[in-house]
Design a protein around this ligand. Structure first.
Ligand code: MLT
Length: 405
């Protein structure tokens, strides 16, 4: 008889952001006259930069002509885009990455999940707590989690690295031996960062313990401070122990267009076997690449105009982050993040639980955020707001939250 993948039954009923969307639409149904401001999911609101749109139109036009029409492209991504990535995202930072170490994809979310296929289910996975839920949920799906303990709110085979105000939201090296370590910096959800020395500790640990770091740097475009690494490969030796995930979603507003890439260095080997080769094998078998039009859109990000325009958008979100941060601080909230990242992580007032605060904010201020506990047990008592809203809404949301206090 057919059997289910029972790991799925260990998951919560729905993905965090789907649960929030459902709650909000129920609220809206009951209160059709209330204008709800959504600062929950980190989805961009500014339109795509004009240069990028131009390239989309031009490449769509190419598809309409026999001479320039394109069918299947290379599964790893077109050379024109991989070359720009090598040049602009790495060479300018004095990092040597080769074109065939770059794998263009339709999202860092899928890549951080799919990459697990290269690793045995017996590996021990370490994640921060709180964490971007995709890393945890997909390891549960894959059978790497063990059982869920209702008392602790944790899976017994996953190693949770607590990050909280007391350790400045910097994970500590786990006491137990771990094999796969997910690090996301600038961090989702806390909006905090590691400096180069702090990140080096992880690279050293991975080298000494034959572990692999899965480094998600989807938010690197928001870094303003000098000593914060944009890439893990700024740390010497990282190419032997780390895979890096990058995305155009947050830096160039591609959440709807879908384009990202993953770097699997050739130095990265397990028992002499190249992970680059295996990932290439996986992608060529299971993936047919990102559409030509969207890769052309991503290419435009690296033009002079493209850079100028996407930076203006990032600046806009950064200003939103400042408005949220300073507004909340002046209202007496304790606030973290929001400097090198588009997320503001706040302490929930009056010892409320994260979901209680979510309900209060939604019902009284008609503002949506993300409850910290949705990112893990140590997120309890915290709350996340995103800087990706539009300016007027962001200002109004903060005014409404201030009135609540
Ligand atoms: C978030 O809100 O955490 C992000 O939008 C999630 C994502 O990038 O998938």
């Amino acid at each position: 008889m057919i059997k289910l993948n029972e790991n799925y039954l260990k998951l919560q009923d729905s993905y965090l952001f789907s649960t929030i969307a459902k709650k909000v639409s129920e609220f809206q149904e009951k209160n059709p006259n209330k204008r709800v401001i959504k600062l929950g999911i980190g989805d961009v609101t500014l339109p795509i930069a004009p240069t990028i749109i131009e390239n989309i139109k031009k490449s769509a036009d190419e598809m309409s002509k026999k001479e320039t029409f394109k069918g299947y492209g290379p599964e790893q991504g077109y050379d024109f885009l991989r070359e720009k990535i090598v040049q602009f995202d790495y060479k300018t930072r004095k990092i040597e990455i080769e074109k065939d170490e770059i794998f263009v994809s339709d999202g860092a979310k899928c890549d951080t999940a799919n990459i697990q296929e290269l690793f045995s289910v017996d590996n021990i996975v370490a994640i921060t707590d709180p964490v971007y839920p995709v890393y945890l949920d997909t390891n549960v799906m894959a059978g790497r989690s063990g059982n869920f303990n209702k008392e602790t709110g944790k899976f017994d085979k996953i190693v949770y690295m607590k990050v909280c105000a007391e350790n400045d939201f910097k994970p500590e090296i786990p006491k137990e031996k771990v094999d796969l370590i997910y690090l996301c910096f600038p961090n989702n959800p806390t909006g905090t960062v590691l400096n180069k020395i702090e990140l080096k500790k992880w690279v050293d640990y991975a080298k000494e313990n034959k572990a692999i770091i899965l480094f998600d740097s989807a938010y690197e475009g928001f870094i303003v401070e000098d000593n914060v690494p944009h890439s893990i490969y700024e740390i010497e030796g990282a190419k032997e122990v780390a895979i890096e995930f990058r995305s155009f979603s947050k830096t160039a507003g591609f959440t709807g267009l879908r384009c990202a890439y993953t770097v699997v260095p050739k130095e990265l080997k397990i028992d002499g076997i190249s992970l680059n080769k295996l990932w290439n094998r996986r992608q060529t078998t299971k993936f047919n690449g990102v559409s030509y039009i969207i890769q052309k859109a991503a290419e435009a990000v690296y033009t002079e105009e493209g850079q100028k325009q996407i930076k203006q958008n990032i600046e806009y979100y950064r200003e939103n982050a400042r408005i949220i941060r300073e507004g909340l601080i002046s209202a007496g909230y304790t606030v973290y993040g929001g400097v090198n990242a588009p997320y503001i992580w706040l302490k929930v007032p009056n010892n409320m639980k994260s979901w209680e605060f979510f309900d209060e904010l939604l019902s009284k201020a008609n503002v949506v955020g993300t409850p910290g506990s949705g990112f893990g047990p140590s997120g309890e008592g915290y709350f996340r707001l995103t800087a990706f809203g539009n300016r007027e809404d962001t200002i109004e949301a903060i005014q409404r939250i201030k009135k609540l206090k």
